[in-house]
Design a protein around this ligand. Structure first.
Ligand code: FAD
Ligand code: 2HG
Ligand code: ZN
Length: 472
């Protein structure tokens, strides 16, 4: 596109969305042209921020007419470059941040309707103020948006009990790739009227439509809880402890996170206000939490289970959170691992899952491979072990060379992902595909699955304007 036609396009956009909704100056657009890991640096024709769903619809219709690619961006906290435009200067970045109203809360129906640009923490707060609980929770909750959470089908730390983002949705409103608005904001628990469009749009990473609002499920407000940082010897002991906790506490077990000592060390080194949770260091830790919507003595329940686990030599040591401050300290240690890893230097990340029962064997086999083949890196394998989801990350060793280390990424990724495939696992458990894992998807998804996905994409978005170059 030459300069003259670019200017004419921008003038048209301004007439559709208003002068202040179209950003083009580099100092205004730069932050939206790079992903949070700084893996991708794109260049957009413009960055636009509509205020209403009708404006989004008009924008999409215009994009179809002019065959302009549209990259929807929420909080830009994604891990796979899905919200970053390509380098062509021809795509638009659509910011959702102005569509950020809580439209309604229906406490009696245990549901709320929010616009896609609501920051996740604000959604949680609004539910809390209505005496209800919205369970989606992740480290980026202060900046990611509910629209981005749904577009990526985010996971986080409460999946064990409540499921992934898709499981938390009753209805959806979206602008489809032809510019039509699908008003599917039903608040029904049961609705078998044909194909489940909301489930298709959730997890589609902006490639099948723009999510503009959602009706979310709510739960009773949490009235009691118990949290412990537990020291263990091996991931196999973690698995046995998980079984015990589930048998004794059932649905009350909401989080079960695994941390190796190296993750604690990195966090203590780089993140302020973090404390070593136990008197001495241990090889592995589990951060577990029981919660309930009624008043119960969950501390006692957790203590009893941990005592039994100690008798069975599954647990080496444990600290129960004796106050909300201590509980937050434990969670700060866990949630700050990505930040600590970033401070340590470059890393190669794998967001994988295997069947929960295979977690110990997978860790043993994959760790051995890393020890034997990655002399210039060290493993930081942690995450949502209760869901079988590990962040199998490898940081560059202090005496290693950035370039040499990163140059080996394709080989390392291949070995780890091939092993994941052998365990019948997933190469993207919760972060999606975006641009980062497109080739990996081609390699590990079955031809039947890929053909289905391409057919759906083509049927809904024949001109390929929705987040081109992502997922497929
Ligand atoms: P963005 O990064 O802006 O976009 C992500 C994708 O969604 C892009 O493809 C984009 O085009 C699309 N998209 C965004 N909004 C819309 C919309 N309204 N309609 C259609 N498409 C849209 N993820 C987890 O799953 N679990 C975790 O525990 C977790 N922890 C994290 C911790 C940290 C510190 C960080 C930085 C990230 C973490 N993430 C985690 C990753 C990230 O926060 C999630 O993927 C999140 O859901 C992305 O939301 P976002 O609003 O930032 O989306
Ligand atoms: C988490 O669980 C996130 O903390 C981030 O999903 C994982 O940085 C990562 O690899
Ligand atoms: Zn995670």
């Amino acid at each position: 596109m030459n300069e003259q036609s670019a200017q004419s396009r921008i003038a048209q956009l301004r007439s559709i969305l208003g002068e202040d909704s179209v950003l083009t100056r580099p100092e205004d657009t730069a932050a939206f042209e790079v992903d949070q890991r700084r893996l991708y640096h794109g260049h957009a024709l413009a960055v636009v921020s509509p205020r209403q769903v009708e404006e989004v619809a008009a924008l999409v219709a215009w994009c179809v007419q002019h065959r302009i690619g549209l990259v929807t961006q929420g909080g830009n906290t994604g891990y796979c470059g899905g919200a970053t435009p390509d380098e062509s200067g021809l795509q638009l970045v659509l910011l959702m941040r102005r569509l950020n109203r809580v439209r309604s809360i229906d406490a009696a129906n245990f549901s709320m309707t929010v616009e896609a640009g609501c920051v996740l923490a604000n959604v949680q707060r609004a539910a809390d103020m209505a005496d209800r609980f919205f369970p989606l929770s992740l480290g980026a909750e202060g900046s990611c948006q509910i629209g981005g959470n749904l577009a990526t089908n985010a996971g986080g730390v409460n999946v064990l009990r409540y499921g992934m983002a898709r499981d938390l949705v009753l209805g959806l409103e979206a602008v489809l790739p032809d510019g039509s608005i699908w008003r599917g904001l039903k608040s029904l628990r049961k609705d078998n009227t044909g194909y489940d469009l909301k489930s298709l749009l959730i997890g589609s990473e902006g490639t099948l439509g723009v999510i503009t609002a959602a009706t979310l499920k709510l739960w009773p407000k949490i009235r009691s809880g118990a949290t412990a940082m537990v020291a263990i010897s091996t991931p196999a002991d973690a698995l046995a402890l998980l079984g015990l906790l589930r048998e004794h506490s059932g649905e009350r077990l909401s989080s079960f996170e695994l941390l190796p000592r190296v993750a604690i060390d990195l966090t203590l080194r780089y993140v302020s206000a973090t404390h070593d949770p136990l008197g001495q260091s241990y090889p592995w830790y589990v951060l577990c939490e029981l919660t309930s919507g009624t008043t119960e003595n969950l501390n006692e329940q957790l203590q009893q289970t941990l005592a039994l686990a100690m008798e069975r030599s599954l647990v080496l040591d444990a600290a129960l959170a004796t106050s909300e401050r201590v509980r937050l300290d434990f969670w700060r240690l866990r949630e700050s691992v990505p930040e600590a890893q970033r401070h340590e230097g470059v890393s190669i990340k794998h967001d994988i899952s295997v069947p929960v029962a295979s977690v110990p064997d997978f860790i043993a086999e994959a760790s051995l491979w890393v020890r034997q083949h990655v002399a210039d890196g060290f493993l930081v394998c942690y995450g949502h072990a209760g869901d079988g989801n590990l962040h199998f990350n490898i940081n560059r060793a202090t005496d290693g060379e950035n370039q040499a280390f990163l140059a080996r990424e394709p080989v390392i990724k291949r070995a780890i992902h091939d092993l994941v495939a052998r365990y019948h696992g997933s190469i993207s458990a919760e972060h999606g595909i975006g641009r980062l894992k497109r080739e990996e998807l081609q390699r590990y998804a079955s031809p039947v699955q890929l053909a289905c996905m391409r057919a759906i994409k083509h049927a809904l978005d024949p001109h390929g304007i929705m987040n081109p170059g992502k997922v497929l």
